[in-house]
Design a protein around this ligand. Structure first.
Ligand SMILES: [Zn+2]
Length: 448
Protein backbone atom coordinates (compact mmCIF):
# COMPACT_ATOMS: atom_id res chain seq x y z
CA UNK A 1 0.00 0.00 0.00
CA UNK A 2 2.71 2.46 1.04
CA UNK A 3 4.73 1.48 -2.04
CA UNK A 4 1.86 2.28 -4.41
CA UNK A 5 1.08 5.53 -2.60
CA UNK A 6 4.69 6.55 -2.77
CA UNK A 7 4.95 5.70 -6.47
CA UNK A 8 1.72 7.33 -7.66
CA UNK A 9 1.14 10.11 -5.15
CA UNK A 10 4.20 11.26 -3.23
CA UNK A 11 6.77 11.15 -6.04
CA UNK A 12 4.74 13.20 -8.53
CA UNK A 13 3.52 15.57 -5.80
CA UNK A 14 7.01 16.25 -4.58
CA UNK A 15 8.36 16.86 -8.04
CA UNK A 16 5.48 19.20 -8.82
CA UNK A 17 6.12 21.15 -5.66
CA UNK A 18 9.80 21.55 -6.46
CA UNK A 19 9.11 22.31 -10.13
CA UNK A 20 11.34 19.34 -10.86
CA UNK A 21 12.24 18.00 -14.25
CA UNK A 22 13.00 14.62 -12.82
CA UNK A 23 9.84 12.70 -13.59
CA UNK A 24 9.41 14.39 -16.96
CA UNK A 25 12.94 13.36 -17.92
CA UNK A 26 12.50 9.89 -16.46
CA UNK A 27 9.39 9.26 -18.58
CA UNK A 28 11.37 10.35 -21.63
CA UNK A 29 14.27 8.06 -20.79
CA UNK A 30 11.86 5.17 -20.34
CA UNK A 31 10.92 5.64 -24.02
CA UNK A 32 14.35 6.58 -25.34
CA UNK A 33 16.02 3.41 -24.08
CA UNK A 34 14.00 1.47 -26.69
CA UNK A 35 14.78 3.81 -29.61
CA UNK A 36 16.85 2.60 -32.54
CA UNK A 37 20.57 3.36 -32.59
CA UNK A 38 19.96 5.75 -35.53
CA UNK A 39 17.42 7.81 -33.62
CA UNK A 40 19.61 7.85 -30.53
CA UNK A 41 22.57 8.95 -32.66
CA UNK A 42 20.54 11.90 -33.96
CA UNK A 43 19.43 12.82 -30.44
CA UNK A 44 23.04 12.75 -29.28
CA UNK A 45 24.28 14.85 -32.18
CA UNK A 46 21.62 17.51 -31.50
CA UNK A 47 22.45 17.59 -27.81
CA UNK A 48 26.17 17.69 -28.48
CA UNK A 49 25.76 20.63 -30.88
CA UNK A 50 23.69 22.51 -28.31
CA UNK A 51 26.26 21.87 -25.59
CA UNK A 52 29.23 22.86 -27.76
CA UNK A 53 27.49 26.06 -28.92
CA UNK A 54 26.75 26.97 -25.33
CA UNK A 55 30.32 26.24 -24.21
CA UNK A 56 31.69 28.24 -27.13
CA UNK A 57 29.70 31.23 -26.03
CA UNK A 58 29.65 30.99 -22.25
CA UNK A 59 32.49 28.84 -20.88
CA UNK A 60 35.65 31.00 -20.89
CA UNK A 61 37.84 27.86 -20.84
CA UNK A 62 36.31 26.25 -23.94
CA UNK A 63 35.76 29.58 -25.68
CA UNK A 64 39.51 30.08 -25.61
CA UNK A 65 40.31 26.53 -26.75
CA UNK A 66 37.78 26.61 -29.59
CA UNK A 67 39.16 29.94 -30.73
CA UNK A 68 42.74 28.67 -30.76
CA UNK A 69 41.62 25.66 -32.81
CA UNK A 70 39.39 27.61 -35.13
CA UNK A 71 36.62 25.26 -34.06
CA UNK A 72 33.03 26.34 -34.55
CA UNK A 73 30.29 24.41 -32.79
CA UNK A 74 27.85 25.01 -35.63
CA UNK A 75 30.16 23.24 -38.08
CA UNK A 76 29.88 19.92 -36.29
CA UNK A 77 28.38 17.42 -38.75
CA UNK A 78 28.84 14.09 -37.00
CA UNK A 79 29.62 12.91 -33.49
CA UNK A 80 33.25 12.08 -34.27
CA UNK A 81 33.90 15.73 -35.23
CA UNK A 82 34.31 16.24 -31.49
CA UNK A 83 37.71 14.53 -31.81
CA UNK A 84 39.12 17.88 -32.99
CA UNK A 85 38.75 19.18 -29.43
CA UNK A 86 41.53 18.08 -27.07
CA UNK A 87 40.74 15.85 -24.10
CA UNK A 88 40.02 17.63 -20.79
CA UNK A 89 41.96 16.15 -17.88
CA UNK A 90 41.41 16.42 -14.14
CA UNK A 91 44.52 18.58 -14.05
CA UNK A 92 42.98 20.94 -16.65
CA UNK A 93 39.95 21.38 -14.40
CA UNK A 94 42.18 21.88 -11.40
CA UNK A 95 44.15 24.57 -13.23
CA UNK A 96 41.21 26.14 -15.08
CA UNK A 97 38.92 26.27 -12.04
CA UNK A 98 36.14 28.81 -12.48
CA UNK A 99 37.08 29.33 -16.13
CA UNK A 100 34.96 26.27 -16.90
CA UNK A 101 31.83 27.75 -15.34
CA UNK A 102 29.28 29.53 -17.51
CA UNK A 103 29.62 33.32 -17.43
CA UNK A 104 25.82 33.52 -17.41
CA UNK A 105 25.51 31.94 -13.99
CA UNK A 106 26.45 32.78 -10.43
CA UNK A 107 28.63 30.09 -8.93
CA UNK A 108 26.89 30.49 -5.57
CA UNK A 109 23.56 29.55 -7.11
CA UNK A 110 24.84 26.22 -8.43
CA UNK A 111 24.92 22.77 -6.89
CA UNK A 112 28.48 21.89 -6.03
CA UNK A 113 30.21 18.57 -5.56
CA UNK A 114 33.72 17.67 -4.61
CA UNK A 115 35.22 14.50 -5.99
CA UNK A 116 37.36 12.22 -3.88
CA UNK A 117 41.09 12.50 -4.23
CA UNK A 118 41.78 8.81 -4.77
CA UNK A 119 43.27 9.43 -8.20
CA UNK A 120 45.48 12.10 -6.66
CA UNK A 121 43.42 15.04 -7.87
CA UNK A 122 40.38 16.30 -6.01
CA UNK A 123 38.01 18.54 -7.98
CA UNK A 124 35.31 21.09 -7.33
CA UNK A 125 32.44 20.62 -9.74
CA UNK A 126 29.30 22.61 -10.37
CA UNK A 127 25.98 21.94 -12.04
CA UNK A 128 22.52 23.44 -12.03
CA UNK A 129 19.31 21.98 -10.59
CA UNK A 130 18.05 20.79 -13.98
CA UNK A 131 21.25 18.86 -14.57
CA UNK A 132 20.94 17.23 -11.18
CA UNK A 133 17.30 16.34 -11.80
CA UNK A 134 18.20 14.73 -15.11
CA UNK A 135 20.92 12.73 -13.42
CA UNK A 136 18.44 11.57 -10.81
CA UNK A 137 16.05 10.60 -13.62
CA UNK A 138 18.75 8.41 -15.19
CA UNK A 139 19.32 6.78 -11.82
CA UNK A 140 15.61 6.03 -11.58
CA UNK A 141 15.62 4.39 -14.99
CA UNK A 142 18.66 2.29 -14.16
CA UNK A 143 17.41 1.44 -10.65
CA UNK A 144 14.35 -0.10 -12.30
CA UNK A 145 16.55 -2.28 -14.52
CA UNK A 146 17.74 -3.96 -11.32
CA UNK A 147 14.26 -5.03 -10.24
CA UNK A 148 13.63 -2.10 -7.88
CA UNK A 149 10.60 0.09 -8.62
CA UNK A 150 9.37 3.52 -7.62
CA UNK A 151 8.01 3.49 -4.10
CA UNK A 152 9.95 0.43 -2.93
CA UNK A 153 12.15 0.86 0.10
CA UNK A 154 15.88 0.71 -0.33
CA UNK A 155 18.66 -0.75 1.72
CA UNK A 156 21.88 1.19 1.36
CA UNK A 157 25.35 -0.02 2.18
CA UNK A 158 27.34 3.21 2.14
CA UNK A 159 29.96 5.09 4.03
CA UNK A 160 28.65 8.10 5.97
CA UNK A 161 24.87 7.67 5.64
CA UNK A 162 23.05 10.99 5.36
CA UNK A 163 21.04 11.69 8.50
CA UNK A 164 17.93 13.72 7.74
CA UNK A 165 18.14 17.08 9.52
CA UNK A 166 15.44 19.58 8.63
CA UNK A 167 11.73 18.85 8.80
CA UNK A 168 11.60 18.90 5.01
CA UNK A 169 14.41 16.39 4.81
CA UNK A 170 12.73 14.16 7.38
CA UNK A 171 9.45 14.31 5.51
CA UNK A 172 11.15 13.53 2.25
CA UNK A 173 13.11 10.71 3.84
CA UNK A 174 9.96 9.07 5.22
CA UNK A 175 7.81 9.49 2.15
CA UNK A 176 10.20 9.06 -0.71
CA UNK A 177 13.66 7.89 0.16
CA UNK A 178 12.53 5.24 2.62
CA UNK A 179 16.00 3.90 3.02
CA UNK A 180 17.57 1.54 5.53
CA UNK A 181 21.28 2.28 5.95
CA UNK A 182 24.24 0.18 6.89
CA UNK A 183 27.19 2.47 7.54
CA UNK A 184 30.21 0.88 5.89
CA UNK A 185 32.56 2.97 7.98
CA UNK A 186 31.48 0.79 10.86
CA UNK A 187 31.08 -2.78 9.61
CA UNK A 188 31.13 -5.36 12.37
CA UNK A 189 29.03 -8.29 13.56
CA UNK A 190 26.94 -6.04 15.76
CA UNK A 191 26.19 -3.36 13.18
CA UNK A 192 25.42 -6.02 10.57
CA UNK A 193 23.17 -7.92 12.96
CA UNK A 194 21.11 -4.82 13.76
CA UNK A 195 20.96 -4.03 10.02
CA UNK A 196 19.47 -7.51 9.46
CA UNK A 197 16.83 -6.74 12.12
CA UNK A 198 15.96 -3.42 10.50
CA UNK A 199 15.84 -5.10 7.09
CA UNK A 200 13.35 -7.70 8.39
CA UNK A 201 11.14 -4.92 9.72
CA UNK A 202 11.36 -2.59 6.73
CA UNK A 203 11.61 -5.19 3.93
CA UNK A 204 13.50 -3.10 1.35
CA UNK A 205 12.98 -3.96 -2.32
CA UNK A 206 16.59 -3.48 -3.30
CA UNK A 207 20.05 -2.98 -1.88
CA UNK A 208 22.48 -0.36 -3.17
CA UNK A 209 26.12 0.12 -2.33
CA UNK A 210 29.77 -0.33 -3.11
CA UNK A 211 30.35 -3.85 -4.43
CA UNK A 212 32.91 -4.83 -1.84
CA UNK A 213 30.81 -3.53 1.07
CA UNK A 214 27.78 -5.50 -0.12
CA UNK A 215 30.11 -8.48 -0.43
CA UNK A 216 31.26 -8.16 3.20
CA UNK A 217 27.64 -8.10 4.30
CA UNK A 218 26.83 -11.06 2.01
CA UNK A 219 29.67 -13.06 3.57
CA UNK A 220 28.23 -12.30 7.00
CA UNK A 221 24.81 -13.59 5.91
CA UNK A 222 26.34 -16.76 4.48
CA UNK A 223 28.36 -17.40 7.64
CA UNK A 224 25.35 -16.90 9.88
CA UNK A 225 23.11 -18.97 7.62
CA UNK A 226 20.70 -16.03 7.20
CA UNK A 227 18.61 -16.74 4.12
CA UNK A 228 15.51 -14.59 4.53
CA UNK A 229 16.82 -11.29 3.09
CA UNK A 230 15.38 -11.45 -0.40
CA UNK A 231 15.56 -8.16 -2.34
CA UNK A 232 14.26 -7.84 -5.89
CA UNK A 233 17.39 -6.01 -6.97
CA UNK A 234 21.00 -5.46 -5.95
CA UNK A 235 22.89 -2.51 -7.41
CA UNK A 236 26.67 -2.49 -7.04
CA UNK A 237 28.13 0.89 -7.85
CA UNK A 238 31.78 1.01 -7.02
CA UNK A 239 32.91 0.23 -10.57
CA UNK A 240 34.98 -2.89 -9.89
CA UNK A 241 32.71 -5.84 -9.20
CA UNK A 242 34.95 -8.88 -8.86
CA UNK A 243 33.42 -12.08 -10.22
CA UNK A 244 33.82 -14.12 -7.04
CA UNK A 245 32.25 -11.29 -5.04
CA UNK A 246 29.32 -11.17 -7.44
CA UNK A 247 28.83 -14.93 -6.98
CA UNK A 248 28.85 -14.70 -3.16
CA UNK A 249 26.44 -11.76 -3.15
CA UNK A 250 24.03 -13.56 -5.48
CA UNK A 251 24.19 -16.67 -3.31
CA UNK A 252 23.52 -14.74 -0.09
CA UNK A 253 20.53 -12.78 -1.41
CA UNK A 254 19.16 -15.20 -4.02
CA UNK A 255 19.13 -12.30 -6.47
CA UNK A 256 21.21 -11.14 -9.44
CA UNK A 257 23.67 -8.27 -8.98
CA UNK A 258 23.31 -5.26 -11.28
CA UNK A 259 26.68 -3.68 -11.94
CA UNK A 260 26.66 0.06 -12.47
CA UNK A 261 29.26 2.56 -13.58
CA UNK A 262 29.11 6.25 -12.91
CA UNK A 263 31.03 9.05 -11.29
CA UNK A 264 30.44 12.22 -9.35
CA UNK A 265 31.59 14.32 -12.30
CA UNK A 266 28.99 13.22 -14.86
CA UNK A 267 26.50 10.95 -13.06
CA UNK A 268 25.37 7.62 -14.53
CA UNK A 269 27.58 6.42 -17.38
CA UNK A 270 26.42 2.82 -17.85
CA UNK A 271 24.46 0.11 -16.08
CA UNK A 272 23.58 -3.54 -16.57
CA UNK A 273 20.02 -4.38 -17.55
CA UNK A 274 18.16 -7.50 -16.44
CA UNK A 275 20.36 -9.55 -18.82
CA UNK A 276 23.46 -8.81 -16.69
CA UNK A 277 25.66 -9.06 -19.74
CA UNK A 278 27.47 -5.77 -20.31
CA UNK A 279 26.39 -2.28 -19.23
CA UNK A 280 24.10 -0.06 -21.34
CA UNK A 281 25.57 3.38 -21.87
CA UNK A 282 23.30 6.25 -20.76
CA UNK A 283 23.29 7.61 -24.29
CA UNK A 284 20.87 10.54 -23.95
CA UNK A 285 23.05 12.01 -21.19
CA UNK A 286 26.65 11.14 -21.99
CA UNK A 287 28.74 10.83 -25.11
CA UNK A 288 31.43 8.25 -24.33
CA UNK A 289 34.69 7.58 -26.19
CA UNK A 290 37.40 4.98 -25.62
CA UNK A 291 40.88 6.30 -26.41
CA UNK A 292 44.43 4.98 -26.67
CA UNK A 293 47.60 6.49 -25.19
CA UNK A 294 47.65 9.13 -27.96
CA UNK A 295 44.00 10.04 -27.44
CA UNK A 296 42.98 8.31 -30.67
CA UNK A 297 39.93 6.00 -30.67
CA UNK A 298 40.88 2.39 -29.91
CA UNK A 299 39.86 -0.49 -32.15
CA UNK A 300 36.53 -2.08 -31.23
CA UNK A 301 37.00 -4.59 -28.41
CA UNK A 302 40.32 -3.11 -27.25
CA UNK A 303 40.58 -1.52 -23.79
CA UNK A 304 40.58 2.28 -23.93
CA UNK A 305 40.65 5.25 -21.57
CA UNK A 306 37.09 6.35 -20.90
CA UNK A 307 36.42 9.92 -22.06
CA UNK A 308 32.98 11.41 -21.41
CA UNK A 309 31.11 14.48 -22.61
CA UNK A 310 28.30 15.37 -20.22
CA UNK A 311 25.32 16.43 -22.35
CA UNK A 312 23.40 17.74 -19.32
CA UNK A 313 25.85 20.08 -17.68
CA UNK A 314 25.67 23.59 -19.09
CA UNK A 315 26.69 25.32 -15.87
CA UNK A 316 30.17 23.80 -16.02
CA UNK A 317 30.57 22.08 -19.38
CA UNK A 318 32.81 19.03 -19.40
CA UNK A 319 33.75 18.14 -22.95
CA UNK A 320 35.83 15.02 -23.61
CA UNK A 321 36.56 14.64 -19.92
CA UNK A 322 38.99 11.84 -19.10
CA UNK A 323 37.60 9.93 -16.16
CA UNK A 324 40.84 7.96 -15.61
CA UNK A 325 39.13 4.60 -16.01
CA UNK A 326 39.80 1.96 -18.64
CA UNK A 327 36.90 0.18 -20.34
CA UNK A 328 36.02 -1.92 -23.35
CA UNK A 329 33.25 -0.89 -25.75
CA UNK A 330 31.24 -3.60 -27.52
CA UNK A 331 29.35 -3.67 -30.79
CA UNK A 332 27.20 -6.54 -29.60
CA UNK A 333 23.49 -5.87 -29.34
CA UNK A 334 21.92 -6.82 -26.00
CA UNK A 335 19.15 -9.40 -26.05
CA UNK A 336 16.86 -7.06 -24.10
CA UNK A 337 16.39 -4.96 -27.25
CA UNK A 338 17.39 -1.61 -25.74
CA UNK A 339 19.07 0.77 -28.16
CA UNK A 340 21.73 1.94 -25.72
CA UNK A 341 25.10 0.43 -26.73
CA UNK A 342 27.15 -1.71 -24.38
CA UNK A 343 30.18 -1.07 -22.26
CA UNK A 344 31.40 -4.67 -22.21
CA UNK A 345 33.51 -4.34 -19.11
CA UNK A 346 35.68 -2.06 -17.04
CA UNK A 347 39.31 -2.95 -16.59
CA UNK A 348 39.87 -0.65 -13.66
CA UNK A 349 41.13 2.81 -13.13
CA UNK A 350 44.18 4.01 -14.94
CA UNK A 351 45.84 4.09 -11.50
CA UNK A 352 44.87 0.43 -10.94
CA UNK A 353 47.26 -0.72 -13.65
CA UNK A 354 50.56 -1.94 -12.27
CA UNK A 355 53.85 -1.39 -14.04
CA UNK A 356 56.02 -4.30 -15.08
CA UNK A 357 59.77 -3.86 -14.54
CA UNK A 358 60.40 -5.36 -17.98
CA UNK A 359 58.08 -2.74 -19.51
CA UNK A 360 54.35 -2.87 -20.05
CA UNK A 361 51.43 -2.86 -17.66
CA UNK A 362 49.09 -5.33 -16.06
CA UNK A 363 45.52 -4.71 -14.94
CA UNK A 364 45.80 -5.00 -11.16
CA UNK A 365 42.13 -5.90 -10.81
CA UNK A 366 42.42 -8.81 -13.26
CA UNK A 367 45.56 -9.96 -11.50
CA UNK A 368 43.85 -9.89 -8.10
CA UNK A 369 40.86 -11.73 -9.53
CA UNK A 370 43.02 -14.40 -11.15
CA UNK A 371 45.18 -14.92 -8.07
CA UNK A 372 42.15 -15.28 -5.81
CA UNK A 373 40.83 -18.08 -8.02
CA UNK A 374 44.22 -19.72 -8.48
CA UNK A 375 45.66 -19.68 -4.96
CA UNK A 376 43.51 -21.36 -2.29
CA UNK A 377 43.45 -19.86 1.20
CA UNK A 378 43.17 -16.16 0.38
CA UNK A 379 39.95 -14.40 1.24
CA UNK A 380 40.78 -10.94 -0.10
CA UNK A 381 43.84 -9.16 -1.35
CA UNK A 382 45.14 -5.78 -2.40
CA UNK A 383 48.24 -4.92 -4.41
CA UNK A 384 50.18 -1.72 -3.81
CA UNK A 385 53.10 -0.82 -6.03
CA UNK A 386 55.20 1.87 -4.37
CA UNK A 387 58.21 1.58 -6.69
CA UNK A 388 58.67 -0.15 -10.00
CA UNK A 389 60.49 -3.00 -8.21
CA UNK A 390 58.45 -3.00 -5.00
CA UNK A 391 55.02 -4.57 -4.62
CA UNK A 392 53.23 -4.95 -1.31
CA UNK A 393 50.49 -7.55 -1.04
CA UNK A 394 47.88 -7.09 1.67
CA UNK A 395 46.08 -10.37 2.07
CA UNK A 396 43.30 -11.59 4.31
CA UNK A 397 43.59 -15.28 5.21
CA UNK A 398 40.80 -17.53 3.97
CA UNK A 399 39.47 -20.72 5.48
CA UNK A 400 41.77 -22.93 3.40
CA UNK A 401 44.87 -21.02 4.44
CA UNK A 402 47.96 -23.19 5.08
CA UNK A 403 51.68 -22.47 5.28
CA UNK A 404 51.80 -23.18 1.54
CA UNK A 405 49.44 -20.32 0.68
CA UNK A 406 51.93 -17.46 0.88
CA UNK A 407 54.52 -19.45 -1.10
CA UNK A 408 51.98 -20.01 -3.87
CA UNK A 409 50.94 -16.38 -3.70
CA UNK A 410 54.53 -15.25 -4.08
CA UNK A 411 55.00 -17.69 -6.96
CA UNK A 412 51.92 -16.34 -8.75
CA UNK A 413 53.23 -12.77 -8.37
CA UNK A 414 56.74 -13.72 -9.54
CA UNK A 415 55.27 -15.16 -12.73
CA UNK A 416 53.96 -11.70 -13.52
CA UNK A 417 56.56 -9.33 -12.04
CA UNK A 418 59.73 -11.41 -12.43
CA UNK A 419 62.51 -12.24 -9.99
CA UNK A 420 63.91 -8.76 -9.32
CA UNK A 421 60.82 -7.34 -7.67
CA UNK A 422 60.74 -7.13 -3.88
CA UNK A 423 57.47 -8.69 -2.73
CA UNK A 424 56.13 -8.08 0.76
CA UNK A 425 53.15 -10.05 1.98
CA UNK A 426 51.24 -8.34 4.79
CA UNK A 427 48.80 -10.31 6.89
CA UNK A 428 45.77 -8.02 7.36
CA UNK A 429 42.33 -8.45 8.89
CA UNK A 430 40.58 -6.57 6.13
CA UNK A 431 41.26 -4.41 3.10
CA UNK A 432 41.35 -0.78 4.24
CA UNK A 433 38.74 1.61 2.87
CA UNK A 434 39.35 4.92 1.16
CA UNK A 435 37.96 8.01 2.89
CA UNK A 436 35.02 7.86 0.40
CA UNK A 437 34.07 4.39 1.66
CA UNK A 438 35.27 2.78 -1.59
CA UNK A 439 37.73 -0.06 -1.77
CA UNK A 440 40.65 -0.33 -4.14
CA UNK A 441 42.27 -3.67 -4.80
CA UNK A 442 45.16 -2.41 -6.81
CA UNK A 443 47.03 0.84 -6.38
CA UNK A 444 50.01 1.98 -8.44
CA UNK A 445 52.04 4.83 -7.03
CA UNK A 446 54.74 4.69 -9.68
CA UNK A 447 54.51 7.68 -12.01
CA UNK A 448 52.44 6.64 -15.02
ZN1 LIG B 1 20.18 -5.16 -22.15
Amino acid sequence: MMSALSKYVFYPAWDLKDGSQRLVEWRQLEKQQWWSQDNLGRLQLNRLRTLLSYAEEHSPYYRKIFKQLGFKAKDIQKLTDIERIPVTTKQDIRNGGDQFISDQLEKQALVSAKTGGSTGVSLNLYFDETCQEKRNAAQLMADRWSGWDLGMKRASVWGNPPVPGSVKQKLRHNLLDRTVYLDTMDLNDQSMSSFVERWRKEKPGAVFGHAHSIYIFAKYLLQKGITDLRPQGIVATSMMLLEHERASIEQAFGCKVTNRYGCEEVGLIACECEQHNGMHINLPHVYVEFLDANDRPVTQGEPGKVVVTDLNNFAMPLIRYRVEDVGVFGERVCECGRGFPLLERLEGRVADFLRLPAGGQVSGISLVERTLTKVPGIEQMQLIQEQINEVAINRVKGREYTEKTDKELEQAMREVFGEEVVLTINDVEEIPQEASGKYRFSICRVNQ
